[in-house]
Ligand binder design. Structure first.
Ligand code: SF4
Length: 120
């Protein structure tokens, strides 16, 4: 079976083709560099995504503050992560890098603030 992917590791966006047999990756072609090979193998065995969203901000100048995961989290845990983040809140003042949720779902990723807010 062949699977087509677009490498998103850099703006070039190389089209990659992966040949798979019984879940085993036989070949990766179309990538221009090693990063593309690694991306394709990870995407088919353990896909991960960076998570960016907002979280409720108590006493802030705005009602929410943007947050992101400190590293990509497994794609199949995104929904559960969002449930936790939607129930979380942080109190102003906040600064970039403040941790809202530590080690979310034991992924090793923290949910961190990506904007400053000195509050009301
Ligand atoms: S294969 Fe290499 S050059 Fe091509 S998009 Fe991926 S990282 Fe960029």
């Amino acid at each position: 079976m062949k699977k087509s992917l677009i490498c998103v590791s850099c703006p070039l966006g190389c089209p990659i083709e992966v040949e798979i047999d019984n879940g085993e990756i036989l070949s990766v072609t179309g990538n221009t560099c090693k990063r593309g090979d690694a991306y394709a193998r990870d995407e088919l065995t353990n896909p991960v995504r960076s998570l960016t969203t907002t979280v409720k901000l108590v006493n802030g100048s705005l009602p929410v503050v943007p947050v992101k995961s400190s590293k990509p989290v497994p794609k199949d845990k995104m929904f559960e992560c969002m449930k936790i983040i939607n129930q979380a809140s942080i109190e102003a003042p906040v600064k970039i890098g403040d941790v809202v949720v530590k080690d979310i779902l034991s992924t090793g990723a923290d949910i961190i603030v990506t904007n400053n807010d000195i509050g009301k």
